[in-house]
Design a protein around this ligand. Structure first.
Ligand SMILES: [Zn+2]
Length: 106
């Protein structure tokens, strides 16, 4: 859990924190998300979703990684699971505009 970055500090229900969990398979992570998303724990709602990861940069140049705790990818992912950075930026801009246009309409 990352307690260095606090979200919604002024929320009357208390602040939010984030954590990242890496599973060994797509099915494990899917089951975890299905079971955890919107789960209530001690009066707090747990939100779960898929995240993103990056390739270990030296892997792309054919080098090995010696960090046993490394969280970056060391194998080529399925093409359907890859999202380009520019596409992510466009999705974020679209969400930002959608939220702010709705705010102006209300
Ligand atoms: Zn690595």
């Amino acid at each position: 859990m990352n307690k260095n970055k606090i979200y919604n500090l002024n929320n009357p229900n208390g602040p939010s924190y984030s954590c990242h969990i890496t599973y060994s398979s797509f099915s494990e992570s899917s089951l975890a998300i299905l079971n955890l998303d919107n789960f209530i724990f001690e009066n707090h709602i747990i939100k779960a979703s898929f995240g993103t990861t990056k390739y270990y940069s030296n892997f792309l140049y054919g080098n090995n990684c010696n960090n046993k705790d490394c969280l970056y990818l060391h194998y080529f992912s399925d093409v359907k699971d890859i999202i380009l950075l520019i596409k992510m930026i466009l999705i974020i801009i679209k969400q930002y505009l959608k939220i702010n246009i709705l705010k102006q309409l209300n």
